[in-house]
Design a protein around this ligand. Structure first.
Ligand SMILES: [Zn+2]
Length: 69
């Protein structure tokens, strides 16, 4: 019984490290349209961002002007 708990805790550690890795890479990748467009969603949703003012197609929030554009 103890070995099953041991294996389960190893598995949880592996899953935890995998999710930590993927969240790190998404933080580094800020070069997409949702970050580089003139108008961007405040939440930077996937597929958001436009050259003109509007609303995000994902979360329906108003676009904000991108200072870094
Ligand atoms: Zn959005």
């Amino acid at each position: 019984m103890k070995s099953i708990i041991f294996k389960a805790s190893i598995l949880l550690l592996l899953i935890g490290s995998l999710t930590a890795c993927s969240s790190n890479s998404s933080e580094i990748n800020k070069t997409g349209k949702e970050y580089s467009s003139a108008y961007v969603c405040p939440m930077h949703c996937d597929g958001s961002g436009s050259d003109s003012a509007g609303t995000c197609p994902v979360c329906a929030m108003d676009y904000i002007e991108n200072d870094k554009h």
